[in-house]
Design a protein around this ligand. Structure first.
Ligand SMILES: NC(=O)c1ccc[n+]([C@@H]2O[C@H](COP(=O)([O-])OP(=O)(O)OC[C@H]3O[C@@H](n4cnc5c(N)ncnc54)[C@H](OP(=O)(O)O)[C@@H]3O)[C@@H](O)[C@H]2O)c1
Length: 278
């Protein structure tokens, strides 16, 4: 389906699975050119192949966003292939579920921060000169896929919240500086989305243990999540808080923070009871 917008060059991190992969497919359908990044090259090539079957130009670049040289090479490859970058989507992320008491491996704080925050800084840093030079009436775009846990505290998720708040803080401050270069910054706050993120996530020992800890009933389908992100990018929105429940919760927290904290505490206790029963 041809886009009502001109074809742009998108760099998407974390494009081998979940939200990033679905976003790539939807952007491919709209005729955009894609540079897809993640560590699992085989999965990434498979997503690039699907995008090409939709008629889009797409390349796969193996990159770990915590490694500076990988991020530099990612941006270089985008320029070699397409000569410019219009939109950088910082989507790569890793999750973790453990209460503070359950944490045994304290390096998990740094590990999550390196992916969820530093990864965004690294890619933005190398793409920045080209986003400033993005052709067209309007400038380049930076998108950050944060989380509701990057906007409000969630019990059992101090590690994830710390890394996502850091990513949010970076993007919120950058937005103000970016405006003078014509670059817009869109921060996306999904709620629970039906992807494998909880299976890929870490536990308190720092191991990928297929942790859940979250009630996934009513999780947003990934195609719906990606569609909302595409629209937010096209509309150059400042932010997208994804669910009505999320928007209501953030609003309510301004007036009754203790009450909202209590609700979150009760939700964690319910999930823990469910886990123990399994
Ligand atoms: N799903 C949800 O409920 C939810 C809710 C709120 C926010 N989010 C956020 O949405 C984003 C996407 O999550 P998802 O649900 O799609 O998760 P996912 O299915 O687990 O996908 C995560 C993606 O990030 C990539 N990734 C992880 N570590 C990386 C690294 N060091 N360098 C490069 N790529 C890396 C993974 O690819 P490789 O393993 O191949 O590197 C994968 O492509 C994340 O930032 C997440 O925090 C998700």
């Amino acid at each position: 389906m041809p886009s009502r917008y001109r074809s742009k060059v998108y760099v998407i991190t974390g494009a081998s699975d979940g939200i990033g992969a679905e976003l790539a497919l939807q952007l491919a359908e709209r005729g955009h050119r894609l540079v897809l990044a993640a560590r699992d090259e085989a999965r990434l090539q498979a997503v690039a192949g699907q995008c090409q079957r939709h008629g889009a130009m797409a390349i796969a670049v193996r990159a770990d966003v915590t490694v500076e040289d990988d991020c530099r090479r990612l941006i270089d490859r985008a320029l070699e292939a397409f000569g410019r970058i219009d939109v950088l989507v910082n989507n790569a992320g890793v999750s973790m579920h453990a209460t503070f008491d359950e944490i045994g491996d304290w390096s998990t704080y740094e590990r999550l921060w390196r992916v969820n925050c530093l990864g965004t800084v690294n890619c933005t840093r190398f793409a920045w000169p080209y986003l400033k030079a993005a052709p067209g009436k309007r400038g380049g775009q930076i998108v950050g896929v944060s989380s509701l846990a990057g906007r409000t505290g969630v019990p059992g998720r101090t590690t994830y919240c710390a890394s996502k708040f850091a990513q949010t803080g970076f993007l919120e401050a950058l937005r103000i500086e970016a405006a003078e270069h014509g670059i817009t910054v869109t921060v996306v706050y999904p709620g629970v989305v039906a992807t494998e993120i909880r299976r890929h996530g870490l536990d308190g020992k720092g191991e990928t243990a297929g942790v859940s800890g979250l009630d996934e009933t009513g999780a947003m389908p990934v195609d719906q999540c990606a569609r909302q992100i595409v629209r937010a990018i096209e509309d150059r929105r400042r932010e997208l808080v994804m669910t009505a429940k999320g928007r209501f919760g953030l609003w309510l927290k301004r007036f009754a923070p203790g009450w909202v904290d209590n609700l979150a505490r009760r939700a964690l206790a319910k999930n823990q009871a469910k886990d123990e029963a399994q």
